[in-house]
Design a protein around this ligand. Structure first.
Ligand code: PEP
Length: 245
């Protein structure tokens, strides 16, 4: 979208031992060359956040978390707060990824609270929305995405502190993607819904983005970058997607 700087974000999910840190280093080393065209973000597992930000220090690569608790500290065994991510020099956090919504029963309201916690800690929230295969086949895509957006968009959202990622659940990790027309339809809708509230908000597409389809998808109107899962584990693949953006 003219005037909107693209963001290419990688979500490592529950993958990544220390042995994979070299991939982060490779992306960090290449990030300055890509910086004129897009922002680059990697979200490794929480165990690697601090060492990842150390590797990315003084480069154009940003490091983020994959989830955060709505509270900044307390009796929540196993959870990670936005304040903790910020303390490790993370700059972004994903809220409401479909795997969290499905595996942990996260509601739109909880996702909104997480995104608000991200803002309170000074992080950029990447709020995920997207329909299931069943919902798409029933013609409910726009209704579902609209409801998720309304319920999970944080109070005080601006183009600076919030990014929306449209990720059809059936396209994640499957090698399937919607047609360019279908991606465009949802992104046009998201633009229209966010424009009065937060003009210029970045709208990412996610779901089986690979180096060979990234150029076409990034060329769709109102697509301002990508949220990449599997293909972000390998620096070469992730950088190829960024180059295509
Ligand atoms: C994701 O998990 O956000 C994602 C889009 O995964 P993949 O690229 O592997 O489909």
């Amino acid at each position: 979208t003219p005037g909107i700087r693209p963001l290419v974000a990688g979500n490592w999910k529950m993958n990544g031992l220390r042995a994979r840190l070299g991939e982060i280093k490779r992306v960090a080393d290449a990030s300055d060359a890509l910086a004129p065209n897009c922002d680059l973000l990697l979200c490794p597992p929480a165990t690697l956040t601090y060492v990842a930000t150390t590797l990315a220090q003084d480069t154009a690569l940003c490091i983020g978390g994959q989830d955060c608790h709505p509270e900044s500290s307390g009796a929540h065994t196993g959870d990670v707060s936005a304040a903790m991510l910020a303390d490790c020099f993370a700059t972004h956090v994903i809220a409401g990824h479909s795997e969290r919504r499905a595996d942990h029963g996260e509601s739109d309201d909880l996702v909104r609270q997480k995104a608000e916690a991200a803002h309170a800690a000074g992080l950029i929230a990447i709020v995920c929305v997207g329909e299931t295969r069943f919902e798409r086949e029933n013609g409910e895509t726009i209704a579902v995405v609209g409801r998720q957006l309304e319920g999970s968009l944080p109070v005080g959202a601006t183009a600076r502190n919030t990014v929306i990622a449209y990720e059809p659940v059936w396209a994640i990790g499957t090698g399937l993607t919607p047609s360019l027309e279908d991606i465009g339809e949802v992104h046009d809708f998201l633009r229209q819904r966010t424009e009065t509230l937060a003009p210029g908000m970045r709208l990412l597409y996610g779901g089986s983005v690979k180096p060979d389809n990234a150029g076409a998808i990034m060329g769709v109107a109102n697509v301002d970058g990508a949220l990449v899962g599997g293909a972000s584990l390998d620096a070469g693949g992730f950088l190829a997607i960024a180059e295509a953006t």
